[in-house]
Design a protein around this ligand. Structure first.
Ligand SMILES: Nc1ncnc2c1ncn2[C@@H]1O[C@H](COP(=O)(O)OP(=O)(O)OP(=O)(O)O)[C@@H](O)[C@H]1O
Length: 366
């Protein structure tokens, strides 16, 4: 195990949220560099480690036989001494509605550089706020990740919602030698729009139907000639834990770009509002003229940094999450990013190119 002097990671930098932990701890494991993270989630109303951050960190420690110091709920400071990433079967349970999709964000990059295939059983929330819904991970993130040569399966066994959690998915993947650079700069035309509005537990299917109908109406106003298909789904009893409702809508382009908009049910928000919010989010993600939506943007930065060669991606306005991911990727790896404003084929577009000279991380086990 490496016991070199840990690199300092200031958790109050830029976005100041949990993403700093996920990016820096994943890179720490892959590169074998210890990190000392301070001021964890200083930018959040309740700073410190929440259950999903703690589970994410301890799963990484277990995957690589490393050592964690100071890893407790609410802790604002933690040190990770990584070992060698072994992979294999592991279980992690947030015991809350902590997002399993965010655990995928921190663990997937590591298990790609493991010695053997991995299967991680992750328990918590699958469709919760301030995180990708699992449908986003499987429909938007997964096909994009494949461009880097990443193949993974996400078997959603039980869906879990706020506040109880109780969801479960199995993330499995085989190691890669290195990641391929990507060029995603052709936005194309919107060819289809689809989605799902859902209810689980005791909530009536009418809520899903109303959310779907409102989103469909709103999207049809803008895309008269395009097929829009949003289904209303009652999650099967054995496939969902507790009550929950929400909606997620996707738009696909002729060049294979996929954008999303979503909303989650909560007290005081009508199904119609959910439908409107999800449709508006999708429309704003379509209008900027980029090839990725506001959320995919930050989620691909770590893979661009690790890839072997130059990647280029056309995006909308750069988010603070993306700036944060770039900041820590550059601080921890030799990868270098540039961001420049560019023309897009759409009128009133606000598009940028993120270019990255990737470090070409290679898996020592393959
Ligand atoms: N609606 C959404 N669809 C897809 N991805 C999302 C959505 N909302 C948030 N995300 C993604 O989830 C991640 C959230 O990171 P962030 O640092 O805010 O989270 P966190 O770990 O919950 O930390 P904190 O609690 O400190 O905010 C980002 O990658 C963001 O792009």
């Amino acid at each position: 195990m490496s016991e070199r002097e840990p690199m300092h990671v200031d958790g109050d930098t830029l976005e100041g949220g949990g993403q700093i932990l996920r990016v820096s701890s994943a890179l720490s494991c892959i590169l074998g560099k210890p990190i000392h993270v301070t001021k964890i989630r200083a930018g959040r109303p309740k700073p410190g480690l929440r259950p999903q951050h703690l589970m994410g960190l301890s799963t990484l420690r277990d995957l690589c036989g490393g050592r964690l110091v100071g890893a407790e709920i609410n802790s604002c400071e933690v040190t990770l001494y990584p070992g060698q990433i072994q992979g294999g079967s592991h279980r992690a349970d947030t015991q809350t509605a902590g997002s399993v999709c965010l655990m995928v964000q921190s663990t997937l990059p590591c298990i790609l550089f493991a010695a053997r295939p991995s299967a991680l059983t992750l328990r918590g929330g699958t469709n919760v706020s301030h995180a990708p819904q699992i449908d986003y991970t499987t429909t938007v993130f997964k096909p994009f990740a494949e461009k880097f040569g990443i193949k993974f399966d996400c078997d959603v066994r039980i869906r879990g919602y706020e506040p109880k959690g109780g969801g479960e998915l199995v993330l499995s993947t085989a190691p890669v030698r290195n990641l391929e650079p990507i060029t995603v700069t052709e936005r194309g035309d919107i060819t289809k729009i689809y989605g799902r509005a859902y209810v689980a537990g005791v909530l009536p299917i009418k809520m899903a139907k109303d959310a779907a109908a409102t989103a469909l109406r709103k999207l049809k106003q803008e895309f008269r000639d395009i097929n829009v298909n949003i289904s209303a789904v009652q999650e099967p009893r054995q496939g969902a834990f507790g009550n929950g409702n929400g909606i997620i809508v996707f738009a696909e382009t002729s060049t294979g770009c996929i954008f999303a908009g979503d909303a989650l049910g909560r007290r005081g928000v009508t199904p119609e509002q959910l439908g409107t919010n999800a449709a508006e989010m999708l429309l704003s993600n379509i209008r900027h003229g980029g090839c990725v939506d506001e959320h995919l943007q930050d989620q691909i930065i770590i893979f661009m940094a690790l890839a072997k060669g130059t990647s280029r991606v056309l995006t909308g306005p750069i988010t603070l999450h993306t700036q944060t991911a770039i900041h820590f990727s550059e601080a921890m790896t030799p990868a270098r990013f540039t961001v420049s404003k560019t023309e897009s084929q759409l009128p009133n577009a606000d598009a940028y190119i993120i270019e990255c000279q990737g470090m070409g991380a290679s898996n020592p086990n393959i």
